[in-house]
Design a protein around this ligand. Structure first.
Ligand SMILES: NC(=O)c1ccc[n+]([C@@H]2O[C@H](COP(=O)([O-])OP(=O)(O)OC[C@H]3O[C@@H](n4cnc5c(N)ncnc54)[C@H](OP(=O)(O)O)[C@@H]3O)[C@@H](O)[C@H]2O)c1
Length: 284
């Protein structure tokens, strides 16, 4: 049975790192929280940890591999069935792959997880967010000055490079934010992107990147980097702060707007990626 609630949030990649820290803080503040994890055991462990530490039993687990579009559709269906209202969606899950690989839908894996999954999930949940307005969407971006190669979104013609693929997929989060913000004007739903800073991470660990790149970064910088809980403050500001009520289409760093890469400020590029993403994710 679906139950309405005045404060319901769904957070992807909520079993670790930034997503878990954000979910924990929201549960602690009394929100009903949906955790999305791809692995049932890791998700259950995060769920139990958050419920025990916060004393909030209203925390729920959804298991879905976001690389797989049919799983994203199944996830959205479950969320719509279980949550009669939804005031916050945090698109946080992310990965980096050391070598090019394809998702079950034949799409370069990083693009599939980091850009197309939030695109599809957001669109599928939009009617529920709109009917629950005021509602917010927060997309977790990163700060890499790059440009999307629209002629080769799938990395078929260029040598694959992990950080370039990661950067482009995360740039997709900004294109999505700005185009969606334009489309959402006056709907009562806002969307903003947040750069959470650089913090300790297992990013890509499950997908194999931890093997060398992130392990090296973690060893060299890990002791000096902030914890995910600190980075979560930026996400929580965009997600819950009174000052952010009605604020739409911003790219925020530490509570303040920051400069987006030039291409993400190009309305035509935003529209183009939106249309390409529609084609890559199918009909609605
Ligand atoms: N760490 C940084 O310095 C930094 C800087 C800028 C932006 N960010 C962004 O912050 C976000 C969170 O990263 P993090 O550093 O907290 O890393 P993290 O601890 O590895 O969290 C990433 C989360 O995404 C999940 N995920 C990955 N692939 C998935 C898939 N196919 N289906 C479902 N879930 C999947 C992971 O699940 P598993 O546990 O199953 O792998 C994990 O829960 C990412 O969007 C990242 O791009 C991070």
């Amino acid at each position: 049975m679906s139950i309405p609630h005045s404060k319901t949030a769904l957070i992807t990649g909520a079993n670790s790192g930034l997503g878990k820290a954000t979910a924990h803080a929201l549960a602690d503040a009394g929100w009903r929280v949906g955790l999305v994890a791809r692995d049932a055991a890791r998700g259950a462990s995060a769920l139990a940890g958050i419920q025990t530490a916060t004393g909030n039993p209203d925390v729920h687990l959804f298991v879905a591999d976001l690389a797989n579009q049919s799983a994203v559709r199944g996830l959205a269906q479950q969320v719509l069935e279980r949550f009669a209202s939804l005031q916050l969606l945090v698109n946080n899950a992310g990965t980096a792959c050391p070598a090019r690989r394809l998702s079950p839908d034949g799409i370069e894996y990083t693009l599939a997880v980091n850009h197309l999954a939030p695109f599809l999930l957001t669109r599928l949940l939009l009617p529920r967010l709109t009917s629950s307005a005021p509602a917010r969407i927060v997309n977790v971006g990163t700060r890499i000055d790059t440009a999307m190669d629209f002629s080769d979104l799938n990395w078929e013609r260029r040598p694959y490079r992990m950080m370039a693929a990661y950067g482009q997929s995360k740039l997709g989060n900004l294109h999505l934010t700005f185009e969606l913000a334009r489309r959402l004007q006056g709907s009562g739903v806002t969307v903003n992107a947040v750069f959470p800073g650089i913090f300790t991470s297992h990013l890509g660990g499950t997908d194999g990147a931890q093997g060398w790149f992130w392990t090296l970064v973690a060893r060299l910088l890990g002791w000096a980097l902030p914890a995910p809980e600190q980075a979560a403050r930026r996400v929580l500001f965009a997600a819950t702060a009174e000052e952010m009520a009605g604020v739409n289409g911003q790219y925020l760093g530490n509570r303040k707007p920051i400069q987006a890469p030039a291409q993400a400020l190009d309305a035509e590029a935003n529209r183009q990626l939106w249309e390409r993403s529609e084609k890559l994710t199918g009909e609605f």
